[in-house]
Design a protein around this ligand. Structure first.
Ligand SMILES: [Zn+2]
Length: 143
């Protein structure tokens, strides 16, 4: 991790104060942090374009932390983009436990024919015999 641990990035007195909090106070702090992250200036659209597999067709921002994304998935054989299919995802960003943010991709369906399972994180199509996404490495269990 090049970004360092939280203790590298936060002032020691701030860490001391967080560690002194009670659980209810920590929950309140977590909610505050989520609000701040949701309202931060990091551009959700840019984050989506940087992380998506395939080709973005359309990004419909619902708010600062959530968007509907239409995209062509990558062709399962790796030959490029499957332009016959438009898949719809709801993408949310959420804070990562270890700091920073990550995008969560929820597959909502295909506008055209479905072509098998997709990675729930990045939307990459998953060949039948794969249990690990070839794009982002997420382990995917059969369902
Ligand atoms: Zn993936």
């Amino acid at each position: 991790m090049s970004e360092g641990s939280p203790s590298d990035r936060l002032a020691p007195d701030l860490i001391d104060r967080v560690e002194a909090l009670t659980v209810p106070e920590l929950r309140a702090l977590g909610a505050l942090v989520e609000d701040r992250l949701a309202g931060s200036n990091d551009d959700l659209e840019t984050m989506i374009r940087e992380s998506a597999a395939g080709e973005i067709v359309d990004i419909d921002l619902e708010n600062d932390a959530s968007a509907l994304v239409h995209k062509h998935p990558p062709a399962p054989d790796g030959s490029g983009v499957n332009e016959d299919t438009v898949s719809l995802y709801r993408v949310r960003r959420q804070p990562r436990f270890e700091g920073g943010e990550e995008l969560r991709w929820a597959y909502l369906g295909d506008a055209a024919d479905a072509h098998g399972p997709h990675c729930p994180d990045c939307g990459h199509p998953l060949p039948d015999d794969l249990t690990t996404c070839p794009h982002c490495g997420r382990e995917v269990s059969d369902s």
